[in-house]
Design a protein around this ligand. Structure first.
Ligand code: ADQ
Length: 505
């Protein structure tokens, strides 16, 4: 199997920087149908955030395709690169690497630990050895596909030791890292057997980005715990630490969405007609919406219990509202996720069994990837969004919901443990997702707010998301990393606005 291939977007003259995004997965999902590979767009928050940026400016995206099977990359991926507007460069993983690096270190150690769920961690030593091995592998692919003027932008917790691997290979590049998930407080992070190695490896990047000030503070406290004399300088969103003769910038950059694209698309004829159809089929009942990947960090059982309590405590809302919970399949081959799915389905069954009456089913449960038009129609139609993760780096669903509420209607109920709460607290109804009674009350309150208050809250939410959209995010990161903005990177010649490319790749 070949993993190295030529770029379809050749490197521009040297001296001009390109963006080289690196993440665990490429923004595609491969599926074998009838012996042939099919390429579909990938999902999740990282893809939603980074795709519009690269589509705008070209460049490379390096990552794993998600399969350990043989794929003929030359024929399968070239088409995908062309329609994406940037080049996809696959990293290939063996079965053992996928098991120990991805399912092991990333999913059984870092994901639960960084979401404060340390009792779910499996600190298996072999996972760490594979983590280092796979990070080295990514570094080799970066080395053979990038040039010294490129900016290597590494995303997320799977790839925290890449800058160290590049240095070990003697490759000098400007490197940046962005952590999409939270960074835990010191007493949780220090349970990690490889805590010192991870902190040291992260300091090999030129810039480290976190979602919120809280995450950045946690990280700096961990550094100071290991090296008490370490000092930071600067103020505001980006600080500097000087360590071993190098200076590393450490910033908080709350990630966002392509606000205008969501707003324009949600006003399209296709979405409008779905909205009309949805409203008719709800027979006057209002929609409370949840949209989440299947994950134990998203607080799904707690949310369902809160909805049940709202129906028990406030019989007047029965029939007047319907809870639509969309769950996007994720990590479905992992036992823990299968158990969560079973738990969610049992709760949905119990609640529907208890409250359904002729012509009204309280919970509509959707377990699949929705088409984008369909997702946006749900966002637009829902009077209330319930976004109640027990912990989340940011949560883009909260922002997408608001971007689609063109008429400034709709109420956002948001967990105080989502990174988004820092920016959206003035417009959202904030809740503690573990406080089932508090969430039930917030659901009831959302329905009793006056139209004026709803509008004022939604306007505040939309204004703040529009002002700090995904382009603002990338510009602030690049400015801190390189004193550059997105527009300083070469433009793709035949740039097509993202809305036209939406369903491709
Ligand atoms: P995720 O945990 O994947 O992201 P989130 O930020 O909510 O969480 O993003 C989910 C994305 O999937 C959204 O863009 C949404 O539109 C999309 N999606 C959801 N349901 C869908 C459906 N049914 N069909 C199609 N698409 C769907 C991680 C972190 C987050 C952080 C992001 C970005 O865990 O905290 O916000 O990265 O940094």
């Amino acid at each position: 199997m070949k993993s190295n291939r030529r770029s379809t977007h050749p490197a521009p003259e040297s001296g001009i920087a390109r963006l080289v995004a690196v993440s665990n997965r490429l923004p595609i999902a491969l599926r074998k149908v009838g012996g042939k590979w099919q390429i579909q767009p990938g999902g999740g928050g990282l893809v939603t955030a980074i795709s519009p940026v690269l589509r705008h400016r070209g460049g490379l995206w390096i990552g794993w395709s998600g399969t350990t099977e043989e794929v003929n990359w030359e024929t399968e991926l070239d088409g995908a690169s062309l329609s994406a507007g940037y080049t996809l460069v696959p990293v290939t993983l063996t079965h053992d690497e996928a098991e120990n690096f991805y399912l092991g270190f990333a999913n059984q150690i870092i994901w639960p630990l960084f979401h404060d769920l340390q009792t779910r961690c499996n600190f298996e030593p072999i996972f760490w050895r594979y983590y280092l091995q796979v990070n080295n592998k990514y570094a080799s692919v970066i080395a053979s596909h990038s040039q010294p003027s490129d900016f290597i932008w590494v995303h997320d917790y799977h790839l925290m030791t890449i800058a160290q691997s590049l240095r070990a290979l003697g490759i000098e590049r400007k490197t940046g890292f962005f952590l999409h998930i939270p960074f835990p407080p010191v007493d949780i992070f220090f349970r990690l057997p490889w805590r010192a190695q991870i902190l040291q490896a992260l300091l090999e990047f030129d810039i480290l980005g976190f979602q919120t000030l809280r995450d950045r503070r946690n990280f700096i406290q961990c550094l100071q715990y290991l090296s008490p004399s370490l000092k930071t300088s600067g103020h505001g969103a980006v600080l500097t630490v000087n360590i071993a003769g190098r200076s590393v910038r450490i910033g908080s950059f709350p990630i966002s969405i392509d606000f205008d694209e969501f707003a324009v698309h949600s006003a399209s004829r296709e979405v409008e007609s779905r909205v009309r159809w949805l409203k008719e089929s709800m027979l006057g009942s209002q929609i409370v919406l949840g949209v989440d990947r299947l994950d134990y960090t998203k607080g799904l059982p707690e949310r369902l219990n809160a909805f049940r309590l709202a129906l028990q405590n406030h019989p007047d809302i029965r029939r007047r509202l319907t809870f639509v919970q969309v769950v996007v399949p994720s990590r479905t081959d992992v036992l823990e996720y299968q158990a969560l799915k079973a738990e969610v389905e049992q709760l949905v069954g119990e609640i529907n069994g208890e409250f359904t009456t002729a012509g009204w089913v309280p919970i509509h449960y959707i377990f699949r990837n929705l088409q984008r038009d369909e997702l946006l129609a749900y966002y637009r139609t829902a009077q209330v969004a319930l976004v109640t993760p027990v912990k989340d780096g940011m949560n883009l669903v909260a922002k997408e919901y608001c971007a689609c509420h063109l008429d400034d209607d709709g109420v956002l109920i948001l967990s105080e443990f989502a990174g988004a709460a820092a920016e959206l607290q003035r417009g959202a109804l904030l809740v503690n997702p573990y406080d089932v009674e508090g969430v039930a009350q917030a659901i009831y309150k959302a329905f009793s707010l006056s139209a004026d208050e709803k509008r004022a809250r939604m306007r505040r939410l939309r204004d703040s998301i529009k002002k700090r959209d995904i382009y603002y995010w990338v510009d602030s990161y690049l400015k801190a990393a390189l004193s550059k903005k997105l527009h300083d990177f070469p433009m793709v010649e035949d740039y097509v606005p993202p809305i036209l490319l939406r369903t491709e790749i």
